[in-house]
Design a binder for this molecule. Structure first.
Ligand SMILES: N[C@@H](CCC(=O)N[C@@H](CS)C(=O)NCC(=O)O)C(=O)O
Length: 218
């Protein structure tokens, strides 16, 4: 098999790529990495010294591809299927990439700020950083509420890269900063995403690991 995905089933950015792989039933070998294991981490950083997953290796083309958005574009280029992640229309493609960037940078990353703060020692917590991240999340929710269509997917009728990015971002964001009653389109969109076959499979595979998700320190 040509493709190997280095990943962890609980990792939100890995979900983004798993959704894309499952959308088109693209064959790949999953390689679960435990970054807490020194040997596994050492082997992994040889592939991608940044040490963050997902990373995709394409043995046939001898390519190592990091970064979830780039991996999904690579899959679209070389392993295209019924679901096209980047639309052919150049303007819609640009807007799809913008929404992907928005979701990663202004929803997914602030969520990580809140979650990773929970893993810090008590004297190294960053309450100001967490408060700023929560403000960012609420701004992003309001922007999405204004911009999302009332039906279908992030960019319209077709499921794209933006939807792969949206599920992990919204799933975990809602856990750390629950949606307020003023939001209607955002929770409805998250419910549609969760019902999608590829997403339901990713969530089912992650479920045995959910106990590892850091809770708010009591
Ligand atoms: N920009 C990267 C972000 C990847 C990322 O943050 N991955 C997290 C897991 S969700 C990770 O590897 N964390 C491990 C660490 O930072 O040690 C992408 O889109 O792939």
């Amino acid at each position: 098999m040509s493709l190997t995905l280095y990943y962890h089933p609980l990792s939100s950015f890995c979900w983004k790529v798993l959704i894309a792989l499952y959308e088109n039933d693209t064959p790949f070998t999953p390689k679960l990495i435990n970054l807490g294991d020194a040997d596994e981490r050492a082997a992994f950083v040889k592939l991608w010294p940044v040490g963050k997953f997902p990373v995709l290796c394409d043995e046939q083309r001898q390519r190592t591809i990091p970064e979830s958005s780039i991996i999904i574009e690579y899959l679209d280029q070389h392993f295209g299927g019924a679901t096209r992640f980047i639309p052919d229309d150049p303007d819609l493609a640009l807007r799809t990439r913008l929404r992907d960037r928005f979701l990663d940078l202004y929803l997914h990353m602030p969520t990580q700020t809140v979650v990773f703060d929970r893993l810090r020692p008590g004297d190294a917590r960053d309450p100001l950083g967490v408060a700023e991240a929560r403000t960012r999340l609420r701004t992003s929710y309001a922007m999405l509420e204004a911009e999302l269509p009332s039906d279908g997917w992030a960019m319209g009728d077709h499921f794209t890269l933006a939807d792969c990015a949206a599920l992990p971002a919204l799933f975990y964001a809602e856990k750390v900063e629950p949606f307020g009653g003023e939001l209607a389109k955002v929770p409805a969109y998250l419910a549609r995403l969760k019902a999608r076959r590829s997403v339901a499979r990713v969530l089912a595979e992650a479920e045995p690991y959910f106990d590892m998700f850091p809770r708010e320190p009591g």
